[in-house]
Design a protein around this ligand. Sequence first.
Ligand code: FMN
Ligand code: ADP
Ligand code: MG
Length: 205
Amino acid sequence: MRPDKPRDPVAGPDAGPEAPFPVRLSGPVIKGFGRGSKELGIPTANIPADDLSEKYPNLETGVYYGVVALDPKSYENENDSNGKESTTLLPAVLSIGYNPFYKNTVRSVEIHIMPPLTSPSPTAVAQPKFNRLPDFYGTKLNLLMLGYIRPEFDYVSMDALVEDIRVDCEVARQSLLREAYQRYLVDDGKATEQVSADRKWLVTF
Ligand SMILES: Cc1cc2nc3c(=O)[nH]c(=O)nc-3n(C[C@H](O)[C@H](O)[C@H](O)COP(=O)(O)O)c2cc1C
Ligand SMILES: Nc1ncnc2c1ncn2[C@@H]1O[C@H](COP(=O)(O)OP(=O)(O)O)[C@@H](O)[C@H]1O
Ligand SMILES: [Mg+2]
């Protein structure tokens, strides 16, 4: 169960991602158990977890934040109205694990894509409206994980799970708004070679 104590507003060092981050994951968006949108009102794009243990044998289960890109060849976003392919980088919060509340027996990677940091946050309020995009099953997704938020918990109720995910969205947002993290989303001209290489990886499909 979740420990009964207040949550930190940000996660990870202000100076920027600390080892093992950034962690790169990618894969096609697959079907999950169909609970995210229907039961929780929180859509999560699931990607295969198969190669995790080989690529990152020490990666803990838990909740993380980072940046995602969707392959523009199969996913059109609002910047594509002129027919030109472009890739938008978006903030994300995700869980990797067994969803103790649902007692899954296989590990899953579930990514909730949030609105751009320049838009008002829909989860800053007690009655949140989680971000919803047109479906993009089958689209290739690149994810750069930048920090760890918390372990996965079981909960006394679905409302308690939803409230904790709402707070995760806010923690992810506040964490990514810090300069050393925001530069993965927006080119501020101050990116190091490593940050530029990670940004380039994100938009390469
Ligand atoms: C940010 C975030 C945090 C989550 N934390 C937990 C958790 O602590 N415990 C849990 O059982 N499930 C957690 N989940 C997983 C949800 O239960 C899961 O997304 C839901 O079961 C939808 O599954 P589906 O994609 O297979 O439909 C979390 C999901 C997200 C996006
Ligand atoms: N903000 C979002 N973040 C992630 N996926 C979203 C979002 N908005 C819409 N989707 C779509 O919803 C699907 C996930 O919904 P969900 O109810 O979790 O179903 P599933 O159990 O199949 O993963 C994603 O695969 C994607 O196509
Ligand atoms: Mg899902």
